[in-house]
Design a binder for this molecule. Structure first.
Ligand code: ADE
Length: 244
């Protein structure tokens, strides 16, 4: 993944990008994430990035000029780029979008909005795609950019310690994740399910699949409509229904 993040709060996202799995992936050069401060491209003594909305109304609007200049500066290297605006008005981000971004040949540019909105001319002239991370309103796009970078980065080989964990977890096959246990075998009267200690890998796999289906039926039944259930899944679901 190669991307640039445009924000007025580079320090806000810098700590996350320098730490843990994402920090290591950047150090190893598996992902390349650069952050630019939009304010550096603002003109005038006060380097204002926002202004009052034409037509009146509450709040401030992100000025077009600093964002245009910031994107133009990035484009000086001649590399192809896809510009993504983080906004609650965008298409809602999901695992399929994360996978598409991970395969994107172009360098991604994430524009993090702030204030009440962004001058429409930015959207008209610069933006290729608008993305939201969910149906709620944040104070800015920075957290959204981090969510996307994180979800995309972990799809690259060498980013996660154990490559198989990426496949085993939720959403790569549809249902939610199965329950996990570690030592001790008994904690405050709660025992680890017997099957997980049995050493019977086939039974463990069956149990995990069943519990994943149980969790999905309980929390997100609509996910099961989107995936193709095999014969075993159908059998496990009828077992779960009988147990209820
Ligand atoms: N900026 C503010 N809210 C947002 C959201 N839900 N997704 C992406 N960017 C945002």
């Amino acid at each position: 993944m190669r991307c640039d993040v445009l924000t007025i709060f580079p320090e806000l996202i810098g700590a996350y990008l320098d730490t843990g799995i994402i920090g290591k992936a950047r150090q190893k050069g598996i992902i390349d994430v650069s952050v630019s401060n939009i304010r550096e491209f603002a003109s005038g003594k006060h380097k204002e990035t926002d202004d009052y909305p034409f037509g009146g109304g509450p709040g401030m609007v992100f000025k077009p000029e600093p964002i245009f200049k910031a994107v133009e500066k990035l484009r000086e290297d001649g590399r192809a780029r896809k510009v993504i605006l983080l906004t609650p008005q965008g298409r809602v981000f999901d695992q399929a979008m994360a996978e598409a971004f991970s395969k994107e040949e172009k360098r991604l540019v994430f524009i993090c909005g702030r204030y009440e909105g962004i001058d429409e001319r930015v959207r008209i002239s610069l933006v290729d795609e608008e993305v939201s991370i969910g149906d709620y309103v944040l104070t800015g796009g920075e957290l959204a950019a981090l969510v996307i970078i994180d979800a995309v980065a972990r799809l690259f080989s060498g980013v996660l310690g154990d490559e198989s964990s990426k496949e085993a977890e939720s959403f790569s096959w549809g249902p939610l994740d199965y329950p996990h246990y570690t030592r001790p075998r008994e904690f405050r009267g709660l025992e680890v399910p017997e099957v997980l200690i049995s050493g019977n890998h086939k039974e463990i796999e069956r149990w995990r699949r069943k519990e994943a289906l149980r969790k999905t039926l309980e929390m997100r039944p609509e996910l099961l409509e989107r995936i193709k259930l095999g014969e075993l899944d159908k059998k496990l679901i009828s077992e779960i229904e009988e147990e209820q």
